[in-house]
Design a protein around this ligand. Structure first.
Ligand code: FAD
Length: 468
């Protein structure tokens, strides 16, 4: 019997630029792949929308791997025992994986490595999920970064490894084991039309973005209805495409045509935010539960179940916020500026703990990411490293007038305001009675009255932060 190598896949559900898969394949023996739905550990389980994506992503991956003769096994349980059991069962002499960075994940990976070694199995880990690993980049004093701009300036000039190719076929399998333990919930039907899942879909999304949207990216990315961004975040979340592939494909475009350098740089700088958040994830204690600035532990958050529910359901009476929350409910996605506005309303105007909002996004977003979601929530709430200044409290009315001037985005997701003229679309409560009547809007009946006074609540938030 020849050598068997096992590749333990996690957030790297792709064939191309997959260092662990590549190295296992280089060994020349038989390669097997394994995905474990981790249970019974401190590893954060995917939220409901992300779990739906994961199911389809695994099925796509299983087929892609079968085409090159690699079987994907899908198991459930504690990674520490499952990985070792599977290795033993199949006589694997080596196990390969790409590294992950959350404290609980690192602890598990270290214990798997030790157990494998005790059983005479070699474990090899690789960098596959970030541009540079969190310990490879440091300030002039050799410390972790807490401010984004110098992090980006440093990263910009670092060597980012060139992506690896796909492993060559070692045969062809007629059958791929499906992700059979998952029963798609009824609500997931609504997500389907919006998304194509898997490595091929990710590559197409990148090409489409660079061909069609890059020229409008720096300006258009702030306008929710322009859809000028890449929508690659769920693909990146599950590693259907690597961030190094994005980096080098975009750079190649700028090398071929220098006039595109500025556009490409803007895109790369956003990818750097992702790496910056992974840098925080690695260097700090649990960023999903502990404020990165310790003084925020004393923040006088309100316990406000009704406000939280109205926010979750898109019934705050503030149109742009409601549009965003409903978009996420319907599609599993929300545009970045609207994410900032909805998070600002919850944590600042409503003074509800950012962890409650983070958890809701974790459950509803298909791209809910272990570093990006909590770090961005902390950025908006003010408790993050290099957070938005405490006095920046987004005003959803003026933001709407600027980024959704004709109200197209609000009308798309809050159809009960469809007939309201533009000057009132972002503040129906200020519209004269006859305008509301003509538009068929009855505040408090067909559409809610605002649950919070934006001006007074802004002052309350400022006072709360000053009290720290
Ligand atoms: P593009 O503009 O095309 O950007 C390309 C990629 O760069 C993104 O896919 C993403 O990986 C990265 N990126 C862009 N903006 C950011 C950012 N602000 N922070 C970190 N990375 C960024 N992003 C997630 O991937 N998962 C999350 O769970 C998540 N939660 C968020 C919660 C809040 C409250 C906020 C304000 C932002 C959150 N973001 C999250 C960041 C950002 O909104 C999304 O990455 C972006 O909207 C995804 O769309 P895109 O792929 O079209 O982005």
């Amino acid at each position: 019997m020849g050598e068997v190598s096992l590749v333990w896949l996690r957030n790297d559900l792709r064939l191309a630029d997959n260092p662990a898969l590549f190295a296992a394949h280089q060994g020349g023996g038989e390669v097997l792949a394994l995905y474990v739905h981790e249970a019974g550990s401190a590893v954060r389980a995917p939220g409901a929308a992300a779990r739906w994506w994961l199911h389809h992503s695994l099925n796509a991956l299983g087929k892609d791997l079968a085409e090159i003769g690699i079987k994907l096994l899908i198991r459930q349980g504690e990674a520490a025992s499952v990985v070792c059991e599977v290795a033993r069962e199949h006589g694997a002499s080596q196990v390969f994986w790409n590294r992950r960075y959350a404290p609980a994940e690192r602890e598990i990976d270290a214990s798997v490595k030790t157990t494998l070694k005790e059983g005479g199995v070699d474990a090899h880990s690789f960098p596959g999920n970030v541009l540079v690993e969190p310990w490879e980049i440091a300030t002039g004093q050799g410390k972790p970064y807490s401010v984004y701009t110098p992090f980006w300036k440093n990263l910009r000039n670092m060597h980012i490894p060139v992506p690896l190719g796909r492993p060559a076929a070692q045969g062809l399998l007629a059958y791929a084991e499906p992700d059979s333990g998952y029963q798609a919930p009824k609500w997931s039907v609504k997500l389907k039309p919006y998304w194509s899942i898997g490595e091929q879909a990710a590559a197409l999304a990148l090409t489409r973005f660079l061909d069609e949207n890059l020229s409008d990216y720096p300006q258009g990315r702030d306008f929710p209805r322009r859809e000028a961004t890449s929508r690659l975040s769920p693909h990146l979340r599950f590693g259907e495409i690597s961030v190094r592939q994005l980096w080098h494909t975009a750079q190649a475009l700028a090398h071929a045509d220098h006039r595109k350098q500025e556009l490409v740089d803007k895109f790369l700088s956003e990818l750097a935010w992702r790496d910056f958040n992974y840098h925080q994830l690695y260097h700090r204690t649990d960023i999903a539960t502990a404020p990165m600035q310790p003084k925020y532990a004393a923040m006088p958050w309100r316990v406000a179940a009704r406000d939280l529910a109205a926010w979750q359901q898109g019934r705050t009476g503030i149109p742009l916020v409601d549009a965003g929350m409903r978009e996420m409910w319907e599609t599993g996605f929300m545009q970045n500026r609207v994410r900032m506005l909805t998070a600002s309303l919850l944590t600042k105007n409503l003074l509800v703990d950012w962890r409650q909002g983070e958890q809701w996004f974790w459950d509803c977003l298909i791209d809910a990411d272990i570093a990006n979601n909590p770090a961005n929530w902390q950025w908006v709430a003010g408790s993050g490293m290099d957070a938005s200044p405490y006095f920046r409290i987004f005003n959803p009315v003026t933001q709407g007038e600027r980024f959704d001037a004709e109200g197209d985005y609000v009308r798309r997701w809050v159809p009960e305001l469809d007939e309201l003229p533009d000057p009132w679309i972002h503040q129906p409560w200020a519209a004269p009675g006859d305008v509301l009547a003509k538009a068929g809007v009855q505040l408090g009946s067909t559409y809610p009255l605002p649950i919070v006074d934006l001006k007074q609540s802004r002052q309350r938030a400022l006072d709360a932060v000053r009290s720290l």
